[in-house]
Each structure stands twice: as C-alpha cells, then as structure tokens.
Design a protein around this ligand. Structure first.
Ligand code: FDA
Length: 417
C-alpha cells in the first residue's frame, strides 16, 4: 500500500531527524537528493510551481558549503558570469541555463530578502554580513513554497519501477515520479561530499567524465618546498598561465606550496606533469627595466634594485633559489640579466601535485552532459531523472561562478519537473 502524504510538509526547523520508517512509501511529485545550493534552488522552483517536493540530505544542516564559502560571506554570484567562465567537455551545455536564470535573477532574489551585498573585485558579489543570510533566504523560500526538507537521511538505495523512483532511506521509504540528483562533487569530504551522485548516474547507465580536484592549491617538489618555505604568507600579484589560458590575480606562498586566486584558477586547467608559467612582474618587462637601471643606477646591487619592484623577502629568497649573483648592476652581463628577467617574468613552476579534494573548492568532470538535456537537466537515458549543480561536468572559475551554475541549473530543472 502506498500512502500519500499530501500537503503534510514540515520545514527544516520542524524536522526532528527521528526515524519515521514504515513499510509504506510516502509519495511526492519530486524528490531532490542533496540540500546544497543546486538542490535547494531546484526544490524551491518546483514547489513554487505547485509540485510536492521532498528535499533529502544526509547532513544535519542544509547548505553547508554555502555557509563556509567566500570566507563565511558567500561569493554568491558574479556580475560577469557567462559560458566562457566554465569548463566542460561540452562548453555549449551551460549556455541555455545560464541565459534563462542569470546572475540578475539571483541578485533580485537576494534583494527581495533585503540581504546587503557588495562587489569585492572582478564582479564577485559577497554578502556584507554572513553567508548565513543566503542559507536562511533559501530555507525561508523552501518554507514558503512548502518544500519538505528532511536532513540526516541516509539513502540506502534507489530503484525505478512503473515510471517512478523508489528510495529506501534511514527515515523510511519514499517515492516520486521525478528524481533530482543534486549531490555535488567530491571536494571537502569533511563537509559531507560523497560520490553518491556519480554512482546513481552510473546505476542508470550514465558515463562519468573522469573527476579531479579543481580550484585547488599546488604542492611543490621537496627541494622547491624547502627553498621557498620561508616565503609562506607572502602574496604578490602575478599572471599564471599555460598554453590554454592565463589568470592575473594574487599568488600566495604557503608552507606546502603555492595558493591564492591565480593558482586556484590555473589549477583547473592544469594536468599532472605540466609546468605553469608565473609572471611575478606582470606590468614590467624586466629585461628592459634592468638595462635602463644599469644605466641610471649602476652602483646599486641587484637585490636592492629588484626590491624596488617586489617585496624584499621575495627577492632575497628567489635570488638564493635561482642562484643570481648579487652584484652591482654595472657588473651584470646581458645574458645574466636576461636569465634573471626570464626567471621573474616567466618562472616555470613545476607543481608536484595538488592538495586534492581535502582543500579543493570544486570537482572537475562529472556526469557526462552529452547525456543530459541542456534545456531541462533531464537525463536523455532515463526519463524522470535529473542532474543539477556540481555533480554535472560543468565547473566554474573562482569568483561566484560555481554558485551561479548551481542556481541556474537548479532553476531550469525546477521549471521542468
Ligand atoms: P553541494 O556540494 O553544495 O551540495 C551537495 C549536497 O548533497 C550536500 O548538502 C551533501 O551533504 C549532499 N549529499 C552528498 N552525498 C549525499 C548522499 N550520499 N546522501 C544524501 N545527501 C548527500 N562557489 C562559489 O560560487 N562561490 C564561493 O564563494 C565558493 N566558495 C567555496 C568555498 C569552499 C571551501 C568550497 C569547498 C567550495 C566553494 N565554492 C564556491 C563552490 C561551491 O560551494 C559549489 O560549487 C556548490 O556548493 C555546488 O553546489 P551543489 O548543490 O551542486 O553541491
């Protein structure tokens, strides 16, 4: 016997987390697995269209990544978000959703809830106060729309019969015609990340584009790490580039290697074994500058001359690391100046690897989008099954782009179920 729960929704606050397991299944129009950014947006949109929606998560709190994002202030979107800011095997896939639910739509929602925000840099929008404002906004929207948010729910298995989806969980059995997979990627397992979304996709015949950590700091080989360790905490403006792309932002030396926005950005375009070119003086052709300085200040030592352009500590450590002679500029040969200029304008950094999912902000790869409708986020292989957010092979740059993808893909799916 199948028992319909009708409109008997409880909000997150009212959810007790106690087992309500029975041998009957509660029926909903839509079940969303994952109460992160994408799952919350899908649930709100579907419920606002009159669908009965159950939003499940194994965590004890909804939107955990939102809460810690942007240093606790959530970089919730980017003024300049457009398809060029996303990586995917199929770069066209994200276009439709990003166009249908834009950054301006999300800003309008934030404004409706009177959440104060500001642009920090490069179009990145942050809450003035706290990321909690965004989670509270989404939960309040869930409440108003009648979404049942059920946390602390472990999903044992999903099956599909008679065009519906049956879920066996630690809180009982549930059934729906439409199932939304919003389980995110693998980054930050301590916040509840699991491969559940990928496994579910495979169960229903989907292929997975190989996953790897993105927006992640680089680790260095032992020798480099030892020599550069003293620089831990030093930040400087750089251009980080490889054959495919380049980013101008800050680089931060850490006790494990290098981080900072420029490194996180290029890490998503990096493959193991490749070098990354770092221009530590993006506004300076150093060779020309050294030639001029040799004329105008011939008695100045190289280290003092370079300290006019870069932090002194950075110059001292890099000089030792690269083995530059600390001579008067007048005594430097052209070839030595060329070598010094090369090592600062095109430092060929060879990462040992990345810090991996432990600190990565995102997971590259995921459910193959060629098997998903870009208009609805529905599986082309399995009717009634939808994928939204980071579980898909769509990954944004650093700067609010990943949340925008979660909102856009979630909204599109919510409109379709
Ligand atoms: P998300 O990971 O948010 O949600 C997935 C949900 O599924 C989680 O609630 C999880 O508990 C649940 N789940 C997983 N497995 C499950 C299972 N087996 N059973 C039940 N539930 C399960 N982006 C950005 O645009 N601006 C920013 O400022 C930041 N900052 C940032 C900081 C840090 C530290 C990280 C790690 C990430 C960011 N990001 C970001 C990236 C952003 O957080 C990320 O892209 C989105 O949260 C993805 O949203 P999803 O809803 O797809 O997954």
């Amino acid at each position: 016997k199948i028992e319909s729960k009708g409109n008997d929704w409880v909000s997150a606050e009212h959810s007790t987390g106690k087992s309500t397991a029975t041998n009957t299944a509660a029926v909903y129009d839509v079940i969303v697995i994952g109460a992160g950014a994408a799952g919350l947006m899908t649930a709100i949109t579907a419920a606002n269209r009159g669908r009965s929606v159950l939003l499940l998560d194994h965590a004890k709190q909804a939107g955990k990544k939102i809460l810690i994002s942007g240093g606790g202030r959530c970089n919730f979107t980017n003024l300049y978000a457009s398809p060029e800011n996303y990586l995917s095997q199929n770069p066209h896939f994200c276009k439709s959703a990003l166009k249908r639910y834009t950054q301006w739509d999300f800003i309008a929602l934030v404004d409706k809830h009177q959440i104060p925000w500001h642009e920090k840099t490069l179009g990145q929008l942050f809450c003035d106060h706290s990321a909690k404002d965004i989670v509270n906004m989404l939960l309040s929207e869930c409440r108003q729309a009648g979404v049942k948010v059920q946390l602390r729910t472990e999903i044992f298995g999903v099956s599909n019969q008679n065009e519906g989806y049956q879920l066996a969980t630690s809180q009982g059995d549930f059934q729906a015609n439409k199932l939304i997979v919003a389980c995110g990627g693998l980054s930050m397992p301590k916040l509840g990340a699991t491969p559940f979304g990928y496994k579910l996709a495979e169960q229903f015949g989907h292929s997975i584009i190989p996953v790897r950590a993105g927006l992640v700091p680089f680790t260095l080989h032992e020798r480099d790490k030892e020599q550069l360790a003293e620089l831990s905490g030093v930040a400087t403006d750089v251009v980080a580039s490889n054959d495919r792309t380049s980013f101008r932002e800050a680089l931060l030396f850490t006790h494990r290697g290098v981080s900072g926005p420029a490194i996180l950005q290029i890490s998503s375009y990096w493959l193991p074994g490749e070098r990354v070119s770092i221009n530590l003086l993006p506004d300076q052709d150093l060779y020309s500058w050294l030639q001029e300085a040799k004329q105008s200040q011939p008695r100045v030592l190289l280290s003092n001359a370079l300290s006019q352009l870069l932090p002194k500590r950075l110059v001292q450590v890099l000089a030792r690391y690269a083995g530059w002679p600390d001579q008067r500029l007048a005594d430097l040969s052209n070839s030595t100046m060329q070598a010094i200029a090369h090592s600062l304008n095109e430092w060929p950094l060879l990462p040992n690897g990345t810090e991996g999912y432990r600190t990565a902000e995102v997971t590259l790869g995921g459910v193959n989008v060629d098997e998903i409708s870009s208009k609805t986020m529905e599986s082309k292989l399995q009717p009634g099954l939808f994928f939204v957010g980071e579980v898909l092979d769509v990954t944004g740059w650093l700067g609010g782009y990943n949340f925008q993808w979660a909102w856009s893909s979630g909204w599109v799916a919510g409109q379709s179920v």
